[in-house]
Design a protein around this ligand. Structure first.
Ligand code: ATR
Length: 271
C-alpha cells in the first residue's frame, strides 16, 4: 500500500513541499504519496489525528502550527525540543515523534551547497523569532569563531542568549550594538523581507568575502540581498536551498534514505 505523507499549514496553497517530496520519492523509488492539507486555525490537532487514523505516516508542519506540533509530539528530538518548534512529525507505533529539520537544512545548504564552512567563521544571525530560534543550535554545533544575534527588539535576542548559553557563547543585542564589527556569514532570519523591509544594519557589517543568506525567498532578490550586494557581500543566497535541504532531512527521518538535492534546487530556481 502506498504510504501517505502531507504538509499541514494555513495558508498552504503555495507550499512547494508536495513538489519537492514527490520529486524525492521518484528519485529514490519510494512508494509514497504526499499532499497539502489546509487546517483551520483552531483545527490543527483534529486534522493531524484524522490523518493518523487514515494511516498517514508523517507530516511536515508549517506556519502557524509549529508550536502546536511541538506540544502534540509524544517524543521530541533534542533539536526540536530546544527550538521549541516542530516542522516534522513521524507517526509510528502510536507515538508521534517531533523533529525540527530547519536548522540542519540551513547548515547543510551553507556548508555543502554553498561550499562555505561555518567552523571558525564569524556569524551574525538577524532576528529572534521562531525562524531564528530554530537554527541557533545547529549553527553553534559547527563551532563558529563568534556567534552574534541582533534583533530590532534587543530583549528578545538577550533572552535567546540566556537560553542557549550552555551550547556556546553568544553575543546578543540591537543591530547598532554590532557597529564597527564585521562578519563572514550574515543570516537574515527576520520576517522583514516578507514586507520588503530591511533591518537597520550598521555599515561595514559584511567582511571581505562574506556570505549574505536570506532564509526567505522570492522571485526577485530580497531587499536584504540587494543591500548586501551593494555593501560588498561576495556571496548571496536565498532560502530555496534551505527549503529543499530541510525537506531532504525530513524525508531521511521518514524513509532512512537521503535524496539528492542539487537538481531539485536548480529546478526550483529556474521556475
Ligand atoms: P518568524 O516565526 O517568521 O520568525 P516572528 O516570530 O514573528 O516570525 O519573528 C519575526 C522576527 O522578524 C523578529 O525577530 C522581528 O523583530 P522584533 O522581535 O523586533 O519584532 C523581526 N522583524 C520583522 N520585521 C522586521 C523589520 N521590519 N525590521 C527588523 N526586524 C523585523
Amino acid at each position: 500500500m502506498t504510504d501517505r505523507y502531507a504538509v499541514i499549514g494555513n495558508p498552504i496553497a503555495h507550499s512547494k513541499s508536495p513538489l519537492i517530496h514527490t520529486a524525492f520519492a521518484k528519485q529514490t523509488r519510494q512508494d509514497l504519496h504526499y499532499e497539502a492539507i489546509l487546517a483551520p486555525l483552531d483545527g490543527f490537532i483534529t486534522r493531524v489525528n484524522d490523518f493518523i487514523r487514515q494511516g498517514g505516516k508523517g507530516m511536515n508542519v508549517t506556519v502557524p502550527f509549529k508550536l502546536e506540533a511541538h506540544q502534540l509530539a509524544t517524543t521530541l528530538t533534542e533539536r526540536a525540543d530546544i527550538a521549541q518548534a516542530v516542522n516534522t512529525l513521524k507517526f509510528e507505533n502510536d507515538q508521534i515523534l517531533g523533529d525540527n529539520t530547519d536548522g540542519a537544512g540551513l547548515v547543510r545548504d551553507i556548508i555543502v551547497n554553498l561550499n562555505m564552512p561555518v567552523t571558525g567563521k564569524r556569524i551574525l544571525l538577524m532576528g529572534a523569532g521562531g525562524a531564528a530560534r530554530g537554527v541557533i543550535l545547529p549553527l553553534l554545533q559547527q563551532k563558529p569563531a563568534l556567534f552574534a544575534i541582533a534583533n530590532r527588539t534587543p530583549e528578545k535576542a538577550l533572552a535567546l542568549q540566556n537560553q542557549f548559553t550552555q551550547y556556546g557563547q553568544i553575543n546578543a543585542g540591537s543591530y547598532n550594538q554590532f557597529s564597527g564589527q564585521s562578519f563572514d556569514i550574515i543570516i537574515n532570519g527576520t520576517s522583514a523581507s516578507l514586507n520588503d523591509a530591511l533591518p537597520e544594519l550598521p555599515p561595514g557589517i559584511f567582511a571581505t568575502g562574506a556570505l549574505a543568506y536570506d532564509m526567505m525567498y522570492s522571485a526577485d532578490p530580497t531587499r536584504f540581498l540587494k543591500y548586501a550586494s551593494q555593501q560588498g557581500a561576495k556571496h548571496l543566497a536565498d532560502g530555496i536551498g534551505m527549503l529543499v535541504e530541510q525537506a531532504a532531512e525530513s524525508f531521511y527521518l521518514w524513509r532512512s534514505i537521503r535524496p539528492e538535492t542539487k537538481d531539485i534546487i536548480t529546478h526550483m530556481r529556474s521556475n
